[in-house]
Design a protein. Sequence first.
Lengths: 187, 407
Amino acid sequence: MERQLSEYSDTELFALLRTERRELAFGELYSRLSPNVFAYCMRVLGSRDRAYDVFQDTFMRFYQSAERIEYLENVRAYALTICRNLCLNEKKRAQTQVVEFDEALYNPGISREADRSEMMKLITMAMELLPHDQKEVFVLREYDGLSYNEISAMLNIKLETAKVRVFRARQRIKEILEPYLNEFSKE
Amino acid sequence: MDYRDHINDLLDGDLEAINESALFGELAVNSELRSEFKQQLAIRSAVQNDRVALVPPVALTSSVFSGLGFAGPLAGAAAGAVGGSLLSTWLPKVGVPLLAAAAATGITWGILRSDSQQHEQVAQQAPQQAPQQTVQQTVQQPVQQPVVQTGATTVVEKPCNHETQIAALKRDNAILRTELQRARTVVEPTNEQSLAEQNIERTSMPAQEMQPAQRVTLTNAITLAPASDQRMIQQTSLQPITMRSTMYPAFLVQLRGISTSSLVDVNAPAQSTWYENVGLGLLYQLSDNHAVGVEMGSEVFPMSFQGDINGQTIRYQQQPQSMWAGAAYRYTLSPLGTSGFAPFGQVFLGGTSFGPLGRATAGLQYSPSGPLSFILGVEGMAMAYQFNSSWFTSSKLGLTYGVAVRF
């Protein structure tokens, strides 16, 4: 009895990209990895259009890499590494940092997405003000759910360094949002 | 011991049991640490919600799959999303001005319809009112003329009771006739004098009864010729319509859509609402050429500016929506022949919530007939705003189109 694709591991699906079932395997991998890659692009780049471009490019390169890589242990970390490198290139290409203000700053009563709370928007704004190294580990930890070991391996930094960066990112966000958080905690 | 590290470890799920009890013990007595813990939980909760909301759009997924030559698991949904995206992109741009134009046309149609109904009512009432007016005129004129000529003082004292007086005279006349008949049968033939006196009375009475009879006849004669009077009344009732188009000063209410492209390179998404890029104006038309007034509206302003914050140069890009208002002056040239098209130019000075705003418009105004007119023109806009004591401008160029009603 043939197994469902959803029962395959990421490593097995990546290996299937070299077979006739590559389209189905890619579809399953995309459904698993796209939220992580998309969150990283959006929160690290901060620009929707640039994030879309990098997101699309990431999966193009990810699929093409299957032709030369036979075995991959941590597929998710690999996809995020491709995405990270493309994001770094994109940030180098853009000399100055671009900050897209959310419309909620100008009209708090209007929300583009109904399920996004005011607090979420404020945190998104605060993340834009983080140094890149802190923002990167914060996104990988909080948005992509990577462990500190995975982060340290992916970024080629020490485990403690990864922990310290996440800790500092959390403290920095808290400091930026201190006035709002005080109001929030009162409620 | 820094309990903030413990909070951090707790959030990561790495806090050891022995430190967990110590942390909760401290949280019970330390309000500052409790506040810190609440804040970190709030941040974590918000990040989790944000993470759930961050899902690649169907259109983006479709692009990835089509780029690889795959049909894609959501090809149908993606196509629908692309179509929906196109609709959502073009609907505010095209639909809102069309909706505004339709609303203005409806209002104008309602005004014109009610106006024409009033004139129809006037035209329908005219044949009924005309005889009444002629009756009044004919009653007065015959009464006054005979009074002057005959000196019938009773008519002058009670000019409004002619009909009753005529009826009374007829009754008296009938009584006299019957009494005269009776007298002819009763009186002796030898009483010549009395008969002569009665004859005198008899001959004098027709003279009295002829006066009211002439009045009635004259009145009927004038009343029976209403055709020419009706035409005159209908023409008189139509005069306000022909006069309205040339009567000044007049007010002009104008609703227009603005479809412009930014001259500033901005990648940020625009803030979008259903009432964006529209303007409502009230112009005071002083003559065929000059009009002044006020105008207000809502529009998206692309902004790109930069500044140094803590030694770091940050460039901001945004496209917020803002209300705008100000004063406008319009100069309209003479119509091109009898086509109804007239070139016009308009300048506007006002402000937004960000800074001063200027507009310049040139186009054509089409006034087919009546109070309704349409405009189509080219418009340039520039808005100045300040950031970190430096001035920046947002400029756009495009089309404007709308409908106006003069009253």
